[in-house]
Design a protein around this ligand. Structure first.
Ligand code: FBP
Length: 547
């Protein structure tokens, strides 16, 4: 395999571990836990894994451990640092007993069901330390939810003598990890299941999980490129750049990038919803900033748009909810309708309010809303070209204002969508350290016989030495939500809190950023050099922790 100079130098990087994990550990149990909502329903669904205590690892006495075999799965979208979770897990189980083995299931949860795996030896692990991507074993979006899948998985687990399975995934994958943990516990199979919080989206977080891994690196990568665009924009002074950022539903990525680069506009979906804004309100807001800047002779700027925006416009949200239920219930009939008749068919089937909105949408957006859901039943928002939709609508509004004499200026737009560019970047020092610690913590949870827990590493704005490692019962993060037309137990998604410090810091400055050109150019992620350049956590994390 040919390697870049950075890859070669980076292979030697030794990720930092919390002090408590550097030697032998023992478990310190906290209070029993409850789910965040719907306690009775969740307790009834998870009788074996509900209410378990929080766990923290503290320094302990070394005890001889038997060798254990562990399986690992990468689930869902890539996020920088996945390879370090695996290497932390590998080093953890090998430290406990050098004869322990790690098996990787290929291409996501489907690998478990299809019995597709490899043994991850030290030669393989060493090739992937501190690298981006999930290519060591690949990832996939197969949803592990059916009993047949669990039983198929159990066959290979038994064959390989696997004691525990680690599922590295987002909210949906960790929900499934918990369902699997409960199933194996109920059947007394002797198989533990541990989750790890992954997703660039940053929406798998709560009191005990400070951030999901990959968010740090992805936001720094996007912010570098947005900064470059801003410098180009401020040099040529002729374009408005509409930049859509990945993140599925939540706007954490857009908000973090805004805090890093100080753009002229950043839309936050959660605010759009809270203020009950229509699509026209959003367009008017952007057009007003364009007009105000034009009045000062500045016909350029940047607009950040979270990819989930459409779903947060209340009227659109109601439409999507009805579409989700309708398509789930009538999938077979819908599949028989010719493409050219699908729009009319949907219009004829929806309630009056939703049918009118659907009919008013541009063709492309309307079509996208009826295309295949992902395996978790979500609209694939990353495929909706919101950046073009908004810039087209802003152009129409400005033309109208021009006629009315309310706007004098030139408007030319460029469009960008940043998502895949950041998901496999080489992990920042933060993600390299955090992921390695998460993997190592997972090995300690396994060694201590835990199941239905998510690996947790906290106090992450302090130096890594002071991080706190432990486990959180996954049931603690759950509530009941409607999915595919049915109520299901799921991990509650963490959206941007409008009363949280990151949003408030942004909101306090955005009017000034809109008018002034006060761009910040963060530059590329630095892997070597002074700690204030290389080891900074995201602005989101720092603000959330009062730093
Ligand atoms: P996960 O929730 O699986 O981590 O996915 C993150 C994400 O990058 C989202 O931001 C985006 O909407 C989606 O994956 C894109 O999915 P795909 O990789 O299937 O195109």
């Amino acid at each position: 395999m040919t390697k870049s100079a950075l890859q070669i130098a980076r292979a030697a990087y030794q990720p930092k571990l919390p002090k408590a994990l550097k030697g032998a550990v023992k478990v310190k149990e906290g209070e029993p836990t409850q789910s965040v909502a719907d306690q009775e329903a969740i307790k009834a669904l998870f009788p074996n894994t509900y209410g378990m205590p929080l766990i923290q690892f503290v320094e302990g006495e070394a005890v001889a451990m038997p060798a254990i075999n562990v399986g690992v799965i990468l689930s869902g979208g890539q996020a920088p640092g996945g390879h370090n979770v695996i290497s932390g897990l590998f080093d953890g189980i090998k430290t406990l007993n050098k004869d322990s083995k790690l098996y990787g299931f290929i291409l996501g949860p489907g690998g478990l069901v299809d019995h597709n795996y490899i043994e991850l030896t030290s030669d393989i692990i060493d090739e992937y330390r501190n690298t981006g991507g999930f290519d060591i074993i690949g990832s996939g979006r197969t949803k592990l939810e059916k009993q047949e899948q669990f039983d198929k998985g159990l066959e290979i687990i038994k064959e390989l003598g696997i004691k525990a399975l680690v599922i590295i995934g987002g909210d949906d994958s960790n929900t499934n990890a918990c369902v699997l943990a409960e199933y194996y516990a109920a059947k007394n199979c002797g198989v533990q299941v541990i989750g790890c919080p992954k997703t660039i989206d940053g929406d798998l977080k709560n009191e005990m999980i400070e951030t999901s891994f990959g968010f740090d690196t992805a936001c720094k990568t996007y912010s570098e490129v947005i900064g470059n665009i801003q410098r180009d924009c401020n040099s040529a002074r002729k374009y408005w750049h509409f930049i859509k950022l990945m993140g599925r539903s939540a706007s954490h990525i857009a908000l973090e990038c805004a805090l890093q680069v100080q753009p002229n506009v950043c839309i936050v979906s959660e605010e759009v919803e809270a203020k009950n804004m229509s699509l026209d309100d959003v367009v008017t807001y952007i057009a007003q900033v364009v007009a105000d800047r034009a009045a000062q002779g500045n016909n350029f700027g940047t607009v950040l748009i979270p990819e989930g925006l459409i779903e947060f416009i209340p009227a659109m949200k109601r439409l999507i909810a009805e579409l989700n239920d309708f398509l789930a219930a009538n999938a077979a009939e819908f599949a028989l309708i010719k493409k050219s008749h699908q729009r009319e068919y949907i219009i004829s089937k929806l309630s009056k309010e939703n049918s009118d909105i659907y009919a008013s949408l541009p063709e492309g957006v309307a079509r996208q809303l009826t295309l295949d859901r992902d395996p978790h039943g979500n609209v694939q928002v990353s495929l909706i070209e919101t950046e073009k939709l908004l810039s087209d609508m802003v152009a129409v509004k400005l033309a109208q204002w021009k006629e009315e004499g309310k706007y004098v200026g030139k408007f030319a737009a460029q469009h960008h969508f940043f998502g895949y560019e950041g998901r496999c970047a080489a992990p920042s020092n933060f993600d390299a350290d955090y992921c390695y610690s998460l993997g190592y913590t997972a090995s300690m949870l396994i060694a201590n016989g835990k199941t239905g827990y998510m690996s947790s590493v906290r106090n992450t704005t302090a130096p890594a030495e002071e991080w706190i490692a432990g486990g959180v019962p996954i049931t603690m993060m759950m509530n009941m939500e409607r999915r595919h037309g049915e109520m299901k137990p799921v991990i509650q998604k963490a959206l941007v809190k409008l009363d949280g410090a990151p949003f408030k810091t942004f909101a306090a400055q955005r009017d000034r950023w809109a008018i002034e050109t006060d761009y910040v150019y963060p530059g590329p992620i630095q892997y070597f050099g002074p700690t204030e350049v290389c080891d900074q956590a995201t602005k989101t994390l720092q603000l959330e922790q009062g730093k």
